[in-house]
Design a protein. Structure first.
Length: 131
């Protein structure tokens, strides 16, 4: 959706996520934090996400996009995913993105260089998103 270009940061990864790897979603913060820093066992992280799923069932992508307001910087969506599902499905990195100004110049040069290098090393596209 080219009309919804707000992002939380100046760059990031684009993921292909199987449905079984999505535990919860919400058009605002769920308070997940970074579960790797909280839980030492994968099983505990999965249980935590299952509890969030009861409270925040998966929302349709259209609902998440509808709630994305650009350029309000603190309105964002949160989606709880796991790299490898209990069924064994895995997420894939399929590209990278960087934010640019109206002239196509990166908003953050360091972020741009990081994702440009990752793009080249992995043979994946680098998408420029105008702020």
């Amino acid at each position: 959706n080219n009309e919804k270009r707000g992002t939380w940061s100046a760059g990031g990864v684009i993921l292909k996520v199987p449905p079984e790897n999505i535990y919860a979603s919400r058009p605002e913060d769920m308070g997940l934090g970074n579960l790797l820093g909280i839980f030492t066992r994968r099983r505990d992280a999965i249980e935590h996400m299952k509890q969030k799923a009861v409270k925040y069932p998966v929302v349709a992508p259209e609902v998440l996009l509808m709630r994305t307001v650009n350029p309000v910087p603190h309105n964002y969506n949160e989606i709880a995913i796991i790299g490898t599902s209990e069924e064994g499905a895995e997420i894939d990195v399929i590209g990278y993105f960087v934010k640019t100004d109206s002239r196509g110049e990166p908003l953050d040069v360091e972020t741009f260089l990081l994702y440009q290098k990752a793009s080249e090393l992995n043979g994946l596209p680098l998408i420029k998103i105008e702020e």
